[in-house]
Design a protein around this ligand. Sequence first.
Ligand code: NDP
Ligand code: 2IT
Length: 449
Amino acid sequence: MELKSPYLIGIMQDLVQSVSYQKEFLQAVHEVLCSIEPVLEKHPEYEKSGLIERLVEPERTIMFRVPWVDDSGKMRVNRGYRVQYNSALGPYKGGLRFHPTVDLGVLKFLGFEQIFKNSLTGLPMGGAKGGSNFDPKGKSDNEIMHFCQAFMTELSRHIGADTDVPAGDIGVGAREIGYMFGQYKKLRNEFTGVLTGKGLTYGGSLVRTEATGYGLCYFANEMLTVKKNTNFEGKTVVISGSGNVAIYACEKAQALGAKVVAMSDSNGYIYDAEGIKLDTVKDIKEVKRGRIKEYAAVHPTAVYTEGCRNIWSVACDIALPCATQNELDEEGAKLLVKNGCIAVAEGANMPSTPEAIDYLMSNGVLFAPAKAANAGGVACSGLEMSQNSQRLSWSFEEVDERLKNIMHNIFMTIDQTAIEYGVENNFVMGANIAGFQKVATAMMAYGAI
Ligand code: NDP
Ligand code: 2IT
């Protein structure tokens, strides 16, 4: 895709000049700006009020030192961040990522995407993202606790149930949320819904653990039903990653009648022609915090291949990239098309490169972009916030039903938006335009802020 509007070209050029090194951020912005060009044609007042210049700039960025002591008594220092991107629709909301690759560019891309994703959920949430370049791999429980407490000691000054509500992302799950929530509660002497993804005994919501993966499958299943008159039943599925999103995508895909044949981590992938035994994956990943390689030792008929990128060479009908950004490139997309893949739905954030997306869409593969397809996680976080405000907990069935409804509404919205703009089946444009419209309308209502 290429930009044509001089206004948007100017904004993109300024960004490229000022933050040329923030590659992922520039990639995310470029895609959104390309998509919203036709909306700007209808709304010349947006340019006059500098709407897009404001939209691409975070409202606030917090960067801080995180000093913590490791098990040998040595002082370690990491960098912590919170990018509070846009609060037009509600309190800042978005996950925290702990991974050595985290830097400002990565968090700006994630925070920027989160604005539109949260808008699509229909719930009142702004967009944010945060995290640290801390690497949880190989750290003891004690070290994780000390790091989380040190991280929250600073972060606690900047967040709050009505201000900014973080949650998990890569490297941040229930254990980390527990340590951070405990520290916040102690420092502020208040018990509020300041984080989501909490444990069930202290304000967490049923279904939040499963929500991103389940929501992804609800979305993909509906897309297949409406657009190709088919569904997951009897399909072969490949899922990259083996973390929170991948595991619960696998669980729901299997429940919907599909056979999942491959999963991965950053070291390599397993192929099990008989279908992945999810209990084994859960035991390795959730209980033992081990490597996916160990699956082949438990199930000798499965094959482990070193290196994660080749997972797309495994033949499938449906591919669900659920690991990390830019993990599916044009080469991977070509393999998927060659092997007859009919749908790709993104569980991870921005897992497909722009070239991969172009290739998939121009070869008739249904493509569900992350902003829409993985919105179930943050949507369920929004439901956790509602329950916390009410001081009530809803049943599994109730939350799951609401999640299904939200994913259904997102699909309908982006499908209809794409049709309205003359680009039927282009869900990238449908999602970007529909997500943007609500944020733009709110920002215009607020005037120059
Ligand atoms: P987890 O930390 O639970 O799992 C991450 C998985 O991705 C692991 O299998 C990990 O392998 C793999 N992975 C991470 N980084 C890389 C990398 N650089 N190269 C290859 N593999 C990698 O995270 P989640 O499952 O929560 O998140 C996965 C994706 O889903 C992310 O893009 C996240 O932003 C997105 N997402 C998460 C939501 C949530 O609610 N958790 C909601 C919406 C989107 P290894 O163990 O080897 O590092
Ligand atoms: O990318 C995402 O949407 C998340 N990591 C979940 C954010 C949240 O606030 O639940």
